[in-house]
Write a protein that binds this ligand. Structure first.
Ligand code: DC
Length: 222
């Protein structure tokens, strides 16, 4: 089957997953949140008490990690060795672990096959950092979605507060800047827009407008 693949890349807090979920629902595609896969590896490494930057310790653990995805209208569920970790991977500490393990080439290689396979079997809206550049370089539609650091920090802050976590705005901003730096300066698959990506800055538009733009681009290209 020839599938239609929409790649959405961009920095953390740019609303990629929210928009990807809504676009997928609107078009009848499945949403694949690849950040959740890195987060699941991060959670496993965290639980093992391993330093996420210690590649020599992280790499041998990959054979013990099994990740499965479940899809529904409500979005993706993710299972780590059979356990539904969809909520646990959203904890603030796990973000830094995910960012750090994602810089290890063997971790990226481990997830690449799974990501390509799902996109060859389903029409997908796949969001991440390197979907348009590395995972699906010939995707039918590529979006690079971003927003100002200030706006992204505000969104993350509101999200964590709503979950009852105690957080500090300046700290969140610092963490976002740090993650942006790590994600865009790593040697393997750094965050950058693909040459043929459409760039959407959503600092001043609504989610609905953002979703509408992508759906309109899909109509033009399908
Ligand atoms: O999108 P997110 O915040 O859930 O992603 C968590 C981390 O995973 C992020 O710091 C970068 C990394 N990541 C990546 O390197 N490549 C992807 N395709 C998706 C996420």
């Amino acid at each position: 089957m020839k599938t239609f693949r929409i790649a959405i890349d961009g920095p953390s807090g740019a609303g990629k997953s929210t928009v990807a979920k809504a676009v997928a629902k609107k078009l009848g595609f499945i949403q694949v949140d690849t950040g959740a896969m890195y987060r699941s590896v991060g959670l496993y490494i965290y639980r093992m008490g391993i330093e996420p930057t210690d590649a020599d310790k992280v790499i041998p653990e990959l054979k013990n990690i099994n990740i499965d995805l479940g899809f529904s209208d409500e979005g993706q569920r993710i299972y780590l060795n059979g356990e539904d970790v969809s909520e646990k991977i959203r904890q603030n500490e796990i973000s830094a672990y995910a960012s750090k393990v994602s810089a290890i080439p063997a971790v990226r290689e481990f997830l690449l096959g799974m990501q390509r396979k799902v996109a060859s079997e389903h029409n997908v809206v796949m969001d991440g950092r390197d979907i348009g550049t590395v995972i699906l370089p010939d995707a039918e539609l590529k979006i690079f979605q971003t927003a100002s650091v200030r706006e992204r920090a505000k969104r993350r802050y509101d999200e964590l507060i709503a979950k009852g976590q105690i957080v500090d705005m300046e700290q969140i901003k610092k963490e976002i800047e740090e993650r942006d730096y790590n994600d865009s300066h790593r040697a393997t698959a750094p965050l950058r827009p693909a040459d043929d990506a459409v760039i959407i800055d959503n600092s001043n538009i609504t989610i609905e407008e953002n979703v509408g733009m992508i759906a309109a681009l899909y109509e033009l290209r399908k």
